[in-house]
Design a protein around this ligand. Structure first.
Ligand code: NAP
Length: 232
């Protein structure tokens, strides 16, 4: 199958790329920073030399770049699985976070997925099968200290995912909202949090891969995952 993954250079997105590559799927990857994407691609090629792997960097917070990436994908392949994972977290309180923080968070965490999905959907619809994963967060489900604009953007992404699921249920395309609690990635390095206290990127990747392997008549609509000891 042809798998499109955003934010694939590191963290959860990289772990998702690894598990699909390990299972022999073709990968179409993107992330924002060319060097970070090149490093990821080199590591994947070394681990999985026979896998077809293409990559293009794009800043998905900018609609024009989303369109360019979508066109690049459609020239190369017919996507079967789209994983909207690109995102970033800025802590803040609504009362004093920087002006523009909500707009920035929405651009990267919501509009990237909205525009890319709309651009790839017509192609996915023609094959009457497919799966879209949206990497939301526990911050999509509940307010929390210093969630601020990030939490608003992740609530919105969950709303996007739920509406998409409703629209696509009779079109053969599955939609899954993935809501992880804390996962040890770059966002957490330097935080002083013990990596063993929270989840691993591969935990999320394994759930996504397993969810993608069910029969056509079964869908997992929501995945909620937390560290065994609970949220931080
Ligand atoms: P990460 O390690 O910081 O990686 C983020 C990825 O997103 C990188 O590949 C980065 O690209 C890409 N990215 C960021 N801004 C982008 C933009 N404007 N355009 C294109 N790509 C962009 O993050 P992570 O912790 O794995 O998080 C991945 C997703 O999971 C995010 O949506 C995050 O909100 C969500 N999540 C994370 C946690 C957690 O605890 N880690 C928990 C719940 C949900 P470059 O490297 O090229 O810059």
């Amino acid at each position: 199958m042809n798998i499109v993954i955003t934010g694939a250079s590191k963290g959860i997105g990289f772990a998702i790329a690894e598990i699909f590559a390990a299972n022999g799927h073709d990968l179409y990857l993107t992330s924002k920073t060319p060097l970070s994407l090149e490093t990821a691609v080199a590591s994947l090629r070394k681990q999985f030399p026979t896998v077809k792997l293409e990559a293009m960097s794009a800043d998905l917070s900018i609609q024009k770049e989303v369109t360019a990436f979508a066109n690049w994908c459609l020239e190369k392949t017919q996507p079967h699985i789209l994983i909207n994972n690109a995102g970033y977290f800025v802590p803040g309180k609504l009362q004093d976070e920087a002006d523009g923080q909500l707009q920035n968070q929405l651009n990267t965490n919501l509009f990237s997925a909205y525009h890319l999905t709309r651009a790839l959907l017509p192609s996915m619809l023609t094959s009457k099968m497919g799966h879209i994963f949206n990497i939301c967060s526990i911050a999509s489900l509940q307010a929390y200290e210093n969630g601020g604009a990030y939490s608003i953007s992740k609530f919105a992404l969950l709303g996007f995912s739920k509406n998409l699921r409703l629209e696509l249920k009779d079109k053969g395309i599955k939609v899954t909202a993935v809501c992880p609690g804390a996962v040890y990635t770059n966002s957490w390095s330097g935080s002083g949090v013990d990596p063993k206290r929270i989840m691993e990127s591969s935990d999320i990747a394994k759930m996504i891969y397993t969810t993608s392997q069910l029969s056509p008549q079964a869908v997992v609509e929501d995945i909620v995952m937390r560290p065994q000891l609970g949220d931080l």
